[in-house]
Design a protein around this ligand. Structure first.
Ligand SMILES: CCC(=O)NCCS(=O)(=O)O
Length: 349
């Protein structure tokens, strides 16, 4: 039994799980997503260089990764403070901040945002996808990676005494690289030492989530305390979704607010609309998975902030929940998805 057992670890210290309230389990507040820059379509270069004007907002929603300036959420601390205050006003209590090594995690900024706004913020330990692994990271043994992750939870992160409360988002692509497999095994080893929550970013292929669960399971991970993120752009077939759900992880729909015609990271994927996401949640609830579903917006670009005409961190609470209630999901089930499931996942064993 560790000192963390039965508690949730925020950037301001340990809290009782009952204090969390409504929780978005997959957001970013301070990060950069430069690693995913994608060249704009031919002819659109001038728009990409001059993005934040009302007449360009539709273009930005369609091509969020083709404008470098849009990829630096870390430049928007004042807007983020306003966002979190609005989130609290809308009934939000907690945000899990999924920024890991490789995409510019900033623990002191998260601590300041938590102090300024009263929102509980839980930071993420570990490593993002392969292209952000340094040469030094790629050379590390699973044991060394495990030690690093454990230390980020027990002692502090990035040279501070601020501790992470989850492992992840742990990044993987498709196919999963050797370096990513080592990080997954280290994640499982760290989780079995700490009894902590884990959250995974899968590659963009329907086979990726199950393959990741197998790797974690073989390395001793606790799948019942693991979240599979981004299912909205990964598994589309209902039969395949139920087969994956049977493996026992939490099932996260975390791209609420993103609607784009051409998903640049996998042109074969049709990104669903929010209405289609709600329909999938209703399907999972009907099939008996109401204790496994989680929701979030995964905000990781500036154009999604209300300052730039975006939906902000309160979109689910303000717009999506009312829609869920008209689509066969009860208030009790909504509370499970937004309060009880996050609380159970985030509590250390
Ligand atoms: C760091 C943010 C992130 O990885 N978001 C996932 C975007 S997507 O792969 O679902 O498009």
């Amino acid at each position: 039994m560790s000192v963390l057992s039965g508690k949730v670890q925020t950037v301001l210290g340990l809290v009782d799980p009952d204090q969390l309230g409504r929780t978005m389990t997959h957001e970013h507040l301070v990060m950069s997503f430069e690693c995913s820059y994608t060249a704009p379509p031919p002819g659109d270069e001038a728009v990409a260089e001059n993005p934040f004007q009302i007449q360009h907002m539709h273009w930005l929603r369609q091509h969020p990764y083709s404008c470098r300036e849009n990829l630096f959420l870390s430049q928007e601390l004042s807007a983020l403070r306003d966002e979190l205050l609005a989130y609290r006003k809308a009934g939000g209590g907690t945000i899990v901040e999924n920024t890991t090594t490789g995409i510019d995690r900033d623990l002191p900024a998260l601590r300041q945002l938590a102090k300024d706004t009263g929102v509980h913020i839980i930071a993420g330990a570990g490593y993002y996808i392969d292209c952000t692994h340094t040469e030094a990271t790629k050379k590390m043994s699973v044991e060394k990676l495990t030690d690093n992750i454990v230390s980020e939870v027990l002692h502090g992160t990035d040279g501070t005494d601020i501790r992470c409360g989850v492992i992840g988002e742990i990044g993987t692509g498709w196919p999963i690289t050797e370096s990513e497999k080592k990080v997954l095994r280290a994640t499982a080893h760290a989780q079995s030492q700490l009894g902590c929550p884990v959250i995974i970013h899968p590659g963009r292929d329907p086979a990726a989530p199950a393959e990741i669960i197998r790797i974690l399971q073989e390395a001793g991970g606790d799948i019942s305390k693991t979240v599979m993120s981004h299912l909205d752009r990964t598994i589309f077939d209902e039969g395949e979704l139920l087969e994956f759900a049977n493996m026992g992880s939490y099932l996260e729909y975390d791209l609420f607010g993103t609607e784009m015609l051409n998903y640049p990271f996998n042109l074969k994927v049709d990104m669903p609309s929010d209405s289609q996401r709600v329909r999938t949640l209703a399907f999972l609830v009907k099939e008996g998975y109401e204790d496994k579903v989680l929701m979030a917006h995964d905000i990781h670009t500036k154009n999604r902030l209300t300052k730039f005409g975006g939906h902000g961190y309160s979109h689910i609470l303000k717009n999506i929940v009312p829609k869920m209630l008209t689509r066969g999901i009860t208030q009790h089930q909504v509370d499970k998805i937004l309060i009880d499931n996050p609380k159970r996942w985030l509590t250390f064993k």
